[in-house]
Design a protein. Structure first.
Ligand code: ADP
Ligand code: MG
Length: 725
């Protein structure tokens, strides 16, 4: 039977996809044919312009066309690796191919045949060589090859062939959501062409045309969804909260509110005084004091005799807030309870019944607070912290816990105002653009990997003085390092394995120097170095360089319980050093941690680096952020440069927008918005502004999207926002 509905049909209908394959696809989140067709390449390899070894640049992957002249031969080298070498001739000169643990190439590469080899060319003593190139028989006509995000077992070639089968079978049944008038206005390709061009382009122009359409479509649907979410005419009225009830709490705080905090509180209270539910985003750089703003609003609600809830994305953060708020409200009669996934059953029952009876004024917790059995008596205010971890749907679930409570979402992701007006189309915005007085900016240094011994000595010294430190890595697991280009993993940072005194670390001054010092650069690293994993670094350092310093490991691939346990141990000071991925980015407040080292800093965007840096600088002591990178690229250097000079998150966000385009704001760790599949690849904000304008016009003319030519758009909006939970 020919399938007709890409959104419902399972990929099992495609030839060659059996149960085992389907399982592998499922791990990539691909179940339906639509999932497959909308699974976009993350990059392309250009196989269309083969070079000779002599022509090939040494720093980028290229295609070399060459004939096999000496057959591949394998041998085992020390360490147990099998190395297979073959000699080829590119028409002008010979070159060598080297493969690791892949003796099958002996059968695949036939002597006398010509192939296209794709990889990086380096120079060995006698010949140019390619490490672990991929190859195809030279058929004369090759183009761009899509590279997909992969999971074990699936290669880009397998994904491509499944996509090809799907496009063939469904070519007449692809949903064209964009009205023809819009497609014509912007000269956008139809959906069938766009999908074909994005998966099987012949040139980068093809890719650009396809992306323009797919990105526009995705953003238009997002904007339509947000515009509809902003329509609250169907909601029941909120409890009005008279201002004034917050005054006693503010007076009792151990500090005076900043001007920005005072302004934000009154903006919120002005909203909350009415029966129209507040829907406000509180944006404030890390450490700007968002919690105190929330506390003031909660105090106003409590004085009015109503309930509040504060939801945090992790157990660690929920506990942290609970303790902070118990402190703020210490002198008041406010009854505060904590509810998380690990609250014991008996305590949980007690909290739930007290909550329903109105005996609790403020509930603090994790997702548990939107659980099915949680009922409030009269919930008037719902606050979510670090909202970019929450979906729009979860916010909605929270809202439904009460009689349309006022909603405040707090975010530390500084987004340029122009962008946030669009991205948070359904929210009004308050900004904390002023830091509490007396904060000293975190001292930030950009150094090369040759300074590792000094950095480690510096960390030990700080820890000896009772401080705590973070080391952040771009990868979680060692095995991800292996998936890196073979040529790079070969360059092992071998001294990490050596005990700290061998060779003795060079003497260290009290402070690290602000710029790259004039030291001989390391033999062991090339630029940019291999990306390190938290797991790998943890294993090499914990009993050597940091033997005697309790060290923890934290990354997103660990179970939630383990993560929370490690985080708690660090927060309580039982662990002195935490080696982690960017999971520590959100909200963690450990004032005693005053140093953060960021490995492979070139892998992170400016805003992300700034977030990470914000984990320090929370206590009274001098804090340090050390960015470690050997990257020489202009863009990377500029980011390091900006970080060492700029401390203001909003300035950083503007810089980030300039350097990277707006697409990044739709990335993974994003925003509480539905996950964008391709808008993250947007290079220019104009497409976002255009989509926002168009969405407004469409909604103005057809608020329910009920006209026939909007039917598919409406369905897409529903799908996009239904996906998130
Ligand atoms: P964030 O906005 O990152 O969530 P927090 O609410 O955690 O910031 O506040 C950071 C720290 O600053 C807390 O220790 C808090 O008590 C303190 N703080 C908040 N407001 C002020 C203020 N006006 N003056 C001094 N310290 C403040
Ligand atoms: Mg916070």
């Amino acid at each position: 039977m020919i399938g007709t509905d890409v959104r419902k049909d399972s990929i099992r209908v495609l030839r060659n996809i059996g149960e085992a394959r389907a399982k592998q696809f499922k791990r990539l989140g691909i179940e339906t044919v639509a999932d497959l067709l909308w699974f976009f390449p993350r990059a392309y390899e250009d196989w269309s312009r083969p070079l000779t070894f002599a022509e090939a640049p040494r720093d980028a992957a290229v295609t070399v066309k060459a004939r096999v002249i000496l057959p591949p031969a394998s041998r085992r080298v020390s360490g147990g690796k099998i190395v297979t070498r073959a000699t080829v001739f590119d028409g002008e000169a010979p070159g060598r191919l080297v493969f690791f643990n892949n003796p099958y190439v002996e059968k695949q590469l036939k002597t006398g045949e010509t192939y296209l080899f794709y990889g990086k060319v380096t120079d060995d003593v006698d010949h140019p060589q390619m490490l672990s190139p991929r190859f195809l028989p030279d058929t004369g006509a090759d183009a761009l090859h899509a590279v997909y995000p992969l999971t074990a077992g699936l290669t880009s070639r397998i994904i491509s062939s499944a996509v090809r089968a799907a496009l063939e079978r469904y070519k007449d049944a692809l949903p064209e959501a964009l009205p023809e008038e819009i497609r014509r206005r912007y000269r956008l390709p139809g959906i069938g062409d766009a999908l074909r061009l994005i998966h099987f382009p012949e040139s980068y122009e093809d890719v650009a045309a396809a992306k323009r359409r797919l990105i526009y479509e995705e953003l238009l649907i997002l904007q339509l969804g947000l515009a509809r979410a902003a329509d609250d005419s169907a909601l029941s009225p909120a409890y009005p909260i008279p201002p004034g009830g917050e005054k006693a709490l503010i007076a009792a705080l151990p500090f005076a509110l900043t001007g920005a905090q005072t302004r934000a509180v009154s903006e919120c209270l002005a909203d909350m005084a009415g029966t129209r539910p507040m829907r406000r985003l509180l944006q404030g750089d890390v450490g700007s004091g968002k919690t105190a703003v929330a506390a003031a609003l909660i105090a106003a609600v409590t004085s009015a005799g109503r309930q509040s809830v504060l939801m945090a994305p992790t157990e660690v953060l929920a506990r942290q807030h609970y303790h902070t708020l118990c402190g703020f409200f210490a002198g008041a009669q406010t009854r505060i309870a904590l509810l998380t996934g690990s609250t014991p059953a008996a305590a949980r029952r007690e909290v739930l019944s007290a909550l329903a009876a109105g005996q609790i004024d403020l509930l603090v917790g994790t997702h548990a607070v939107i659980g099915e059995h949680v009922h409030f008596k009269d919930l008037a205010l719902a606050v979510t912290d670090e909202q970019h971890r929450f979906g729009v749907a979860q916010r909605a679930a929270l809202r439904e816990k009460g009689n349309s409570p006022h909603v405040l979402v707090m975010s530390a992701t500084p987004i340029p105002r122009t962008l946030s007006l669009i991205i948070y189309g359904d929210l009004s915005i308050s900004v904390l653009d002023e830091k509490p007085a007396g904060r000293t900016p975190v001292k930030t240094y950009a150094v090369g990997t040759d300074l590792h011994p000094r950095i480690y000595a510096f960390l030990r010294r700080q820890m000896d003085e009772g401080k705590q430190a973070f080391i952040v890595c771009p990868l979680a697991l060692k095995k991800e390092e292996d998936e890196e280009e073979a040529g790079e993993t070969l360059i092992a940072p071998s001294f990490w394995a050596a005990p700290p005194s061998d060779p003795p670390p060079p003497p260290v001054s009290e402070d690290l120097p602000p710029a790259l010092p004039d030291l001989p650069s390391s033999r062991m690293f090339t630029a940019p170095g291999p990306r390190v994993s938290a797991e790998g670094l943890y294993e090499t350092l914990k009993d050597t360089v940091f033997g005697g310093y309790p060290t923890g490991l934290l990354h997103g691939k660990m179970k939630a319980k383990e993560k929370d346990a490690v985080m708690r141990a660090f927060a309580e000071g039982k662990l002195r050093l935490l080696i982690s991925t960017t999971v520590i980015e959100v909200g963690v407040d450990v004032p005693n941690a005053n140093v953060i080292v960021i490995e492979n800093a070139e892998c992170f965007g400016l805003s992300q680096l700034h977030q990470l840096r914000g984990r320090t600088g929370r206590g009274a002591d001098e804090s340090y952020c050390i960015l470690v990178s050997d990257a020489k690229g202009e863009n990377a250097r500029q980011r390091m440069e900006t970080m060492t000079h700029v401390n203001d998150g909003f300035v950083i966000a503007e810089e980030d927008l300039k350097l990277r385009g707006p697409g990044d704001f739709f990335g993974e760790r994003q925003s509480g918005l539905p996950l964008m599949k391709i808008a993250g690849q947007m290079g220019d904000a104009r497409i976002l502004y255009t989509a926002a304008e168009d969405a407004k016009k469409i909604i103005a003319a057809d608020p329910d999207l009920s006209e026939p030519h909007h039917a598919l758009l409406k369905e897409s909006v529903g799908n996009l926002f239904a996906d998130i939970s």
